[in-house]
Write a protein that binds this ligand. Sequence first.
Ligand SMILES: Nc1ncnc2c1ncn2[C@@H]1O[C@H](COP(=O)(O)OP(=O)(O)OP(=O)(O)O)[C@@H](O)[C@H]1O
Ligand SMILES: [Mg+2]
Length: 275
Amino acid sequence: MTVDIDGVRLHLAHPDELAVTWVGQEEVMRQLLASWLVVDEHDLPMNPRLLGKPGVGKTTLAYAAAKRLGREVYILQATVDTRPEDLLVTPVIEGEARLRYVASPLVTAMLRGGVVILDEGNRMSEKSWASLAPLLDNRRYVESMVAGIKIKAHPLFRLVATMNDDASTFDLPEYIHSRLQPQITVDFPERHEEYAILKENLPFGEEQILNFVTDFLQQAHSADERYTVRDGINVARFATKLQQMEDHPMGQSDALRMALLQVLGEEALRYVTRF
Ligand SMILES: Nc1ncnc2c1ncn2[C@@H]1O[C@H](COP(=O)(O)OP(=O)(O)OP(=O)(O)O)[C@@H](O)[C@H]1O
Ligand SMILES: [Mg+2]
């Protein structure tokens, strides 16, 4: 698909299709949807940032929220190498002395009135963030130096950034921070929610395994350990596989112990109350 802006043809990106359902934790979902709401013709949507430990469900929440609005979702995975043109428009050589301009997932969402998830935005340099400054305030446009055009956001365009609170990241400058508001913190789920999340992701998982892993995660959370539901899903998944090997099936306790050791290491065993 293409769109022409000021005589420049932009080739659009494809939306992302993920099979995810958000389970429990309705409060953060409400906050995210509220921040995107427009309540008056003079109002503007906000650009929230989701903060939380790796694997708590930030990307899943962002995606599920966008889907609840029935919008197309575009995920832009940010890294330390993400350059301003990767966020906006990149030129690609096409045949002899011809350039094709390719719109990023973000620009595609801007043009189509979709939602962009700027995933792991904390990994991106200040220089790249700076190119988004006008988009994140009441101007709602970006300027592509490469294509020499100004691109205005569709009124339905929404943005959310996810950020890990680990150390491997850039500290964002204040003028970016102040544009990425509100900050919504995704925390560990309650026990019954965590069980439901494991069940949603592993519908074939045995109840005993899911309960064991839920107990383990809850113990780890109360010690403010970094293990999240993603780790729990991996442990439960591996234990289930070990149990079901045809030629040498393992007993449940052995399978769980081995899965914990191999997914999370020796230290994880201290949060086990019983095998
Ligand atoms: N409330 C929830 N409902 C359904 N699935 C969830 C929920 N919370 C977490 N998950 C599951 O946990 C896993 C990790 O979630 P996700 O990838 O969204 O975490 P993240 O916070 O984006 O991690 P990272 O910081 O590493 O990117 C996924 O498999 C996701 O399906
Ligand atoms: Mg993520």
